[in-house]
Design a protein around this ligand. Structure first.
Ligand code: TNX
Length: 535
């Protein structure tokens, strides 16, 4: 027996040695050549994809040409080059040209075609090159996101990776279903830096979202400098949930965020929540309280206990000043006036308040958006209602001729836990696994609403339980690509079985982007997630 054992392990060792030598000498397996465009995992799923069963390869000779010398197009070209160069190391340059470039290049051009609207695009990939056409620059930007997804996942890495960098050939025609596709970031409950906010913008841009709602004030913090009422930020911004140091954006920093978003064809919707959710303002200025006494700063997570004094004129002077300053800093058409959970504001005070505040927003050249409760008032011209809880409010909004932005808490709240084991988040509305987040239709969820009544979809991330950007990422991914698809792709093109396969293929892409995502067991991830995750 002992001899046998020795000889056994001896032969095992020999086998191991042979195998190691063989593996070291064997040529490295190259990745399969992408040939079938129709099999690519594009999220959101495009309107039409036609495969021509060949491939195009980016090489060191590839450059990006943009039509004419439009600064805006050059910027989009540069955005693409900046995504491709760190990982591919190909040194792709951006050049202007009035005609389609020679073989081997990428060409971005505007071709007037009203059918494509502001954000649609046509992408044509042949073995000789890539042409992307759109009716407007935003469409080119959307098409660029598709190009990213057609290249191998490692293209998203910020460090040099091994190629080859090939994409399958064919044509894609694409246009969004809804005008607004967005996410909300609550920087009031916990404050997040400019850098974190830009990261959030980058991640939503990759999935063709075009709107970022910033929840800039709440009981726990006021996060935007208002020059005419400086203590709002200086005092009201001093803390956050749990008692941390809080913070706020200076107007310069806010402008920087707005521009960063604009460069990615994302509109910022700033929110000043009122008349409730205002403790931070009530702590900064005693005159905003009916009893004239400043409130203490608040670091808990209760809702519904605060209200501006709706009867005092100073309150409207305050709102007028805040909205004037915010409107001047915000190129987008919307100012969000909150209006939710004003449990300590009497209904007879609440209604005239929201009516008057809508007028203030209009007087500064903007359209008002508010949480669904504002439909209790009289909706003014151009006002939109954001549905989160009460279907009667949503229906009432439509009856008043308004459109609804869909953020139903039990489906679209990214602060809801995936299941009872999720480390962060809440579950008052529901546990929202990745399938539940995906399987619903904004056009049919609320009885009495039709697609024409829906402005779009927005997925909010409330931040009572998260204070680090990687925690935010964990709650946002992998649900966000699904929300992006619900907003972009037709309901008839969406189904969970198809989507979950495409989502699984985005796992390596999330990893290459450095996203800390929740590896839901409902999805077969195309990578080994065992190694990196924290939760
Ligand atoms: C409800 S949604 C709120 C927020 C909370 C959120 C937590 C809405 C309009 N109000 O104040 O942060 O729930 O999930």
């Amino acid at each position: 027996m002992p001899t046998l054992r020795i000889s056994n392990s001896g032969s095992a060792l020999l086998l191991l040695a042979v195998l190691t030598t063989f593996m070291a000498c064997a040529p490295k397996k190259s990745p399969p050549v992408p040939m079938d465009l129709a099999q690519e995992s594009i999220i959101p799923i495009p309107v039409s994809v036609k495969a021509t069963n060949s491939s195009f390869e980016l090489t060191s000779a590839t450059d990006i040409y943009v039509q004419g010398d439009s600064k805006e197009l050059l910027k989009i070209g540069q955005y693409l080059a900046d995504k491709l160069n760190p990982s591919t190391g190909l040194g792709i340059e951006v050049k202007s040209s009035n005609e389609a470039p020679a073989v081997g290049n990428i060409y971005l051009s505007i071709k007037k075609d009203a059918k494509l609207g502001a954000e649609g695009y046509n992408l044509n990939i042949t073995p000789d090159g890539v042409t992307l056409e759109a009716n407007a620059p935003a469409g080119l930007f959307m098409g660029v996101q598709t190009i990213r997804q057609l290249l191998p996942a490692q293209v998203e890495s910020s460090s040099k990776q091994e190629g080859p960098w090939r994409m399958a050939t064919g044509t894609i025609n694409d246009i969004p279903t809804y005008a607004v596709r967005g996410a909300m970031f609550d920087v009031a409950r916990h404050f997040f830096s400019v850098e974190d906010t830009k990261r959030f913008i980058d991640l939503i841009a990759a999935y063709k979202m075009n709107t970022m709602h910033l929840h800039l004030s709440d009981d726990q913090g006021w996060r935007i400098e208002i020059k005419s009422w400086p203590k709002l930020a200086e005092h009201g911004g001093k803390t956050q949930v749990g008692g941390g140091k809080g913070g706020y954006y200076t107007q310069e920093q806010y402008k920087d965020i707005v521009q960063y978003a604009l460069d990615r064809y994302i509109t910022i919707i700033p929110e000043i929540d009122m008349p409730g959710h205002t403790n931070a303002a009530l702590a900064a200025y005693p005159e905003l309280n009916c009893d004239g006494k400043a409130r203490e700063l608040y670091t808990g997570t209760e809702v519904g206990f605060s209200t501006l004094c709706t009867k005092n004129e100073i309150t409207y002077k305050f709102i007028d000043d805040v909205i004037r300053e915010l409107a001047a800093l915000t190129p987008g058409p919307f100012i969000h006036i909150g209006g939710d959970e004003s449990h300590v504001t009497k209904k007879e005070d609440y209604i005239p308040f929201v009516n008057r505040v809508q007028g203030i927003v209009l007087s500064h050249g903007k359209q008002a958006i508010g949480w669904d409760e504002i439909a209790l008032g009289t909706l003014k011209k151009g006002a939109f209602v954001q549905h989160w809880a009460d279907v009667d409010n949503a229906v009432n909004a439509v009856k008043q001729g308004s459109k609804v932005l869909m953020s139903p808490a039990r489906k679209a709240y990214m602060d809801m836990q995936y299941d009872s084991t999720t480390q962060w988040g809440l579950h008052w509305a529901a546990y929202i696994e990745v399938d539940s987040a995906y399987i619903w239709d904004p056009a049919t969820l609320v009885p009495g609403l039709a697609q024409k009544d829906v402005l779009g979809i927005e997925a909010p991330l409330w931040s009572e339980t998260v204070d680090q950007i990687d925690e935010v990422e964990y709650m946002v991914f992998p649900r966000l690509p699904g929300y992006a698809e619900i907003g972009w792709s037709a309901a008839s093109a969406r189904n969970w079985d198809g989507y979950k396969k495409r989502l699984g293929a985005h796992g390596p892409r999330f990893t290459a982007m450095g996203i800390n995502y929740y590896p839901s067991k409902l999805v077969e991830w195309k990578e080994d997630k065992g190694k990196k995750l924290k939760n």
